[in-house]
Design a protein around this ligand. Structure first.
Ligand code: TYM
Length: 330
């Protein structure tokens, strides 16, 4: 198994990223060859501040290490240090179809009413994402549910490339979406996903939030006046309640049904303090490690440079093969 996944270094690492993706990365690094990266090339698809991008790339690297990604076990780097990502994207642009990209939800969401003014990078974003995983011939890509459409596109690109050039160069990467929090929802609205771009900070728990802040956000999280049911289907139509149960289950590493078995018949007055305590105790060590790591810029840079070298060495043979397959002389 070769595992590849990435995260955009914009904003803070939040509970959605952690439970949807990073926690699985940490589990996989003991069993598989893993490459994890900061998707800084993706971050320039939206207007950005260059100084903030470099600072948040380093901070996100520190946050991943604090959350358990071990650079001794996994290859950790930032995309920009491995030019093969951008090169392969260009080579795959010949295979990706306009129609496929036109159907991407993220482009529709992020360009909104201003399609004409959106960057080419925002439109071509999923091709770079395909390059990210195909470059390493990834077999498994651990992500949250919101990345499903992008990964399906990566499979389509790989399959079309293989068919067009009569090759089996790219294995089709499998999506690895697992756990009870594959789509963590906003604490303020059970129908919106928890996201770093939500203007309300109360909608998410950042892994840098202090204990009091975590407890306060859970206390104020939207819920309802009913007691918790004993069975999962009792949560139908109760999006906020379901979200809080899923979060508890994912953090405690148990099934949502087991959480209901413990809290059935109790209201949120009893459940919320238990959830807050669980979160505070679980996130505190991550925050403390992050605070200790984040200011050592030289150490982070050295680590990312080393990871970048290892990744570049793994990428080169695939890139060479793609050039050759396309008949490009070098
Ligand atoms: P990004 O930076 O938005 O998110 C990083 C990871 O966190 C997951 N995630 C969530 N999971 C559950 N609930 C949520 N509310 C939630 N919010 C985020 C995402 O699914 C993701 O796994 N395009 C990608 C980065 C990327 C990538 C790649 C991922 C670039 N190249 C190649 C995999 C493979 C992104 O913007 O993720």
């Amino acid at each position: 198994m070769r595992v590849v996944s990435g995260i955009q270094p914009t904003g803070n690492l939040h509970l959605g990223n952690y439970l949807g993706a990073i926690k699985n990365w940490v589990k996989m690094q003991d069993r598989c060859e893993c490459l994890f990266f900061l998707a800084d090339l993706h971050a320039i698809s939206m207007p950005h501040n260059p100084a903030e991008l470099s600072a948040s790339t380093r901070e996100m690297a520190a946050a991943l290490i604090a959350a358990g990604v071990d650079p001794e076990k996994s290859i950790l780097f930032n995309q920009a240090r491995v030019p093969a990502h951008a090169e392969l994207q260009w080579l795959l642009n010949g295979t990706a179809r306009m129609g496929w990209l036109n159907r991407m939800i993220q482009f529709k969401d992020k360009s909104g009413k201003n399609r004409e003014g959106a960057s080419i990078a925002l439109f071509a974003y999923p091709v770079l994402q395909a390059a990210d995983v195909l470059l390493y011939k990834a077999t498994h890509v651990p992500v949250g549910e919101d990345q499903k459409q992008h990964l399906e596109l990566a499979r389509d690109i790989a399959a079309k490339f293989n068919a067009d050039y009569d090759t089996d160069l790219f294995p089709l990467p499998e999506l690895y979406i697992t756990g009870s929090a594959t789509r963590v929802m906003s604490l303020r609205d059970g129908r919106a996903k928890m996201s770093k771009s939500d203007p309300s900070d109360a909608s998410r728990i950042n892994l840098t939030d202090e204990d009091d802040m975590v407890a306060q956000k859970i206390r104020k999280a939207k819920s309802d006046a009913d007691v918790l049911p004993s069975e999962l289907d009792g949560l139908d139509g109760r999006a906020e309640a379901r979200n809080l149960i899923n979060i508890y289950a994912a953090v405690a590493d148990v099934e949502p049904q087991a959480v209901l078995a413990e809290y059935a018949g109790q209201g949120f007055g009893a459940f919320k303090p238990a959830l807050a305590e669980l979160l505070v105790e679980s996130l505190r060590p991550i925050r403390e490690r992050f605070v200790a790591l984040k200011d050592d810029v030289a150490a982070t840079d050295a680590l990312l440079a080393k990871g970048g070298e290892k990744a570049a060495a793994l990428a080169q043979p695939t890139l060479d093969e793609v050039y050759r397959t396309l008949g490009l002389l070098r």
